[in-house]
Design a protein around this ligand. Structure first.
Ligand code: AMP
Length: 193
């Protein structure tokens, strides 16, 4: 894997475990020679993961909407910063650059971003692994909700299982390494939307 996209909170959350996990993930990405793609801001866990990768000599590519850069949210020390016009362009470019997607703990933005990546995998618009780093059980209730979605017939079991839920950074990388994309043809094929 050349580049990994990390989605995470623009806040730190209220447990030191979240910051520690963001730091560990950033360091692990750099240590593996993988480039980090992320939202380009210096705030919250976003800043922590970027700083950690940079401190380990890693390459960090930020993708930030111009209106956020205008509010001085841009990280000043990135290897590369792409300024785009809209949030949609941001996610599109992040998806084009990356070969895998991980969500650390975060809020609406993080959840929306990782579910979009999962949805695009379901539609075979990409074949890269998508995972959530379940730090301190932060995503337990979300995973439980997805089980309800399977039970109620809105999410197929195989697609649920294709979302990697890992409780440590090492487990995340191990499972990314053996990931095989779901080949079902139920959904629209690549390039059709
Ligand atoms: P969230 O998980 O809601 O904290 O949001 C994470 C995503 O939303 C990231 O892509 C952020 O760039 C963006 N975002 C939302 N609110 C802010 C904010 N106040 N400052 C910086 N980025 C934000």
């Amino acid at each position: 894997m050349k580049r990994l996209c990390v989605f995470c909170g623009s806040s730190h959350g209220n447990s030191p475990a979240f910051t520690a996990a963001a730091r560990e993930l950033g360091e692990a990405i750099a240590a593996r020679g993988i480039e980090l793609v992320y939202g380009g801001s210096h705030v919250g866990l976003m800043g922590v993961v970027a700083d950690a990768a940079l401190a380990r000599g890693g390459k960090v590519i930020g993708v930030l909407p111009r209106f956020m850069a205008d509010k001085e949210l841009a990280h000043p020390k990135l290897t590369q910063l792409h300024l785009v016009e809209t949030m949609h362009e941001r996610k599109q470019l992040m998806a084009e650059l990356a070969e895998g997607f991980v969500a650390l703990p975060g809020g609406f933005g993080t959840i929306e971003e990782i579910f979009e990546a999962v949805t695009w995998a379901q539609l075979h618009l990409h074949e890269f692994p998508c995972g959530v780093l379940n730090v301190d059980g932060y995503y337990d209730s979300l995973v439980e909700f997805l089980r309800v979605s399977v039970a109620k017939g809105f999410v197929r079991q195989k697609q649920f299982e294709s979302v990697i839920v890992a409780s440590s950074v090492d487990e995340m990388f191990r499972r990314f390494a053996t990931f095989k994309p779901e080949k079902s043809e139920k959904w629209i094929l690549k390039g059709k939307i």
